[in-house]
Design a protein around this ligand. Structure first.
Ligand code: SF4
Length: 499
């Protein structure tokens, strides 16, 4: 892992984001994000008739599937076994790693090829495989780049989005032992040649799953590269690792998700490769693995399902909320510290990894709602972030003395009109004093706030309090002395006065 990002894990969001903002190369890479993926998402949904109904349908399927998750998991289990596969339940990441290692060890597997899987990132599988001297090679181009770089993905669907072509050329030149040109096509051609050899000699292929169809035991995998087909068909063993929330009841539900997933992720009508894998190779078939193993991961999902933020389990990992988010587009994925970045990561990481250890993440949002608007299953991310902020404030010791005192004072003032009148009178006087001392452009903005409030004005001005309280402006005596012609021109009003 690059030392630059290795320092920032979980709770150091503020330091990591400040570093990301000062990283000129990262900023150049991120500029493309909103202009490409974000724009394509909006155009694709705008061109789709009944897009809203389709998104609502996808959401309803997820909601209903989670409401009867236990039944669907049982059906899935039977279906996979009926097709000749094996099913395992992993309570947490350690269980999942152990199951995978046991399968590989018992079959003497030494070399593994992997397709892109956030679930395998979540359980830190590569480190566990390396510790057991099992060689694992990522075969998605973006994942391969960051494996060579020793980093982790910075985006759900574009894991190396934080790197620009010259940086990729430098990394892959090191990997190749010779200089490669900074040309995307040439670099992809190098990776293709390099990875073909890995597919041919791998003992096992490890994938995630976009969806698991309960009624048929089918694994649905979508990608834009051919690597998943090779990972699931060339090695003699196929292991899939998926969160339990990936289950959907019927095969007939799949097209609904394929339509919204591709549009939300990349703006395509359909991803280039959609693979439906149902069990291992059957007698008489030429392709496919001899064994198929499905590892179903809980790792906190049952707990989340029973709580107020269960909607976070609707996520189909399309990355659209990341592309739409003004925070993500400025700081990138590594600043978030966890495996999942962006708005949904700001919800998932505290849920999986603990709220106290990730206290800044629910605040890493302007609550503008762009994430929810972009989400193909309409997850109410802003509301969930507010709920997490509220939970955080109930955690012992998380609300500082000054903040706690401020809220208590606010509560008293709001309940007593005479105190409220006094406080607003005082605010107008203090505002005038601050305006004089801050060097702001009279009468609209404060350039600097004093003491502990200075953070507000570190990178922007603060609207000055009105020179006159609202109740004074609208008192009968004040109104009677005003004529329409004596009203102040709009440019003389403070932002509050201008409404
Ligand atoms: S929260 Fe919605 S937009 Fe974000 S990754 Fe999940 S499904 Fe996509």
């Amino acid at each position: 892992m690059s030392t630059r990002y290795a320092r920032h894990e979980h709770h150091e969001f503020l330091a990591a984001s400040a570093e990301a903002l000062a990283d000129a190369s990262l900023q150049l890479a991120l500029v493309q994000l909103g202009d490409t993926l974000g724009q394509r998402n909006r155009e694709a949904f705008a061109a789709l008739p009944d897009a809203d109904a389709l998104r609502q349908r996808a959401r309803a399927i997820k909601d209903a599937a989670l409401a009867n998750l236990d039944e669907h998991l049982e059906t899935l289990h039977s279906s996979v076994e009926r097709q000749g596969g094996h099913v395992y339940y992993a309570g947490d990441a350690a269980d999942a790693r152990q199951i995978v290692l046991d399968i590989l060890r018992m079959r003497g597997a030494q070399r593994v090829v992997k397709s892109k899987s956030m679930t395998s990132e979540e359980i830190h599988l590569n480190a566990a495989l390396a510790a057991e001297q099992i060689e694992a090679v990522e075969t998605d181009f973006g994942e391969y780049i960051i494996q060579v770089a020793g980093e982790r993905p910075s985006h759900l669907v574009a894991p190396a989005i934080h790197l620009r072509t010259p940086q990729v050329a430098e990394l892959l030149s090191r990997d190749a032992g010779k200089s490669l040109p900074a040309d995307a096509e040439e670099l992809a051609a190098y990776a293709r040649r390099r990875l073909r050899a890995e597919f041919a000699r791998a003992d096992a292929g490890i994938t995630g799953a976009n969806f698991l169809v309960a009624e048929t035991g089918t694994l649905v995998l979508v990608s834009n590269e051919g690597n998943i087909r090779l990972t699931t068909s060339l090695p003699r063993i196929h292991i899939a690792i998926a969160g339990i929330e990936k289950v959907i009841p019927r095969l007939a539900d799949v097209p609904v998700f394929l339509k919204v997933l591709a549009r939300a992720a990349t703006g395509q009508k359909l991803s280039i490769y959609t693979s439906l894998v149902t069990g291992p190779r059957r007698p008489g078939e030429l392709d496919g693995p001899e064994e198929f193993h499905l590892v179903l991961l809980d790792n906190g999902r049952s707990r989340i399902l029973a709580g107020p933020l269960r909607e976070s389990l609707f996520c189909i990992r399309c990355g659209a909320c990341l592309n739409a988010c003004p925070i993500f587009r400025n700081v990138g994925g590594h600043a978030y510290g966890g495996v999942y970045a962006g708005p949904i990561g700001a919800v998932l990481t505290p849920l999986y990894d603990g709220l106290a250890a990730n206290e800044h993440l629910p605040h890493a949002s302007s609550l503008c709602g762009a994430c929810q608007a972009a989400c193909p299953v309409k997850i109410a991310i802003p509301e969930m972030l507010i709920q997490l902020r509220e939970q955080l404030h109930h955690e012992p010791g998380k609300l500082g003395f000054a903040e706690s005192l401020a809220y208590r004072l606010w509560s008293v003032v709001m309940r007593h009109p005479s105190l409220y009148r006094g406080a607003t009178w005082l605010a107008t006087r203090l505002g005038r004093l601050l305006l004089r001392s801050s060097g702001g452009d009279e009468p609209r903005w404060l350039r600097r706030l004093p003491g502990g409030l200075h953070g507000w004005t570190a990178s922007r001005d603060f609207p000055a309090p009105a020179r006159q309280r609202f109740r004074d402006q609208w008192s009968p005596s004040e109104i009677s002395t005003r004529s329409p012609s004596s009203s102040k021109p709009a440019e003389d009003r403070t932002p509050h006065e201008a409404g």
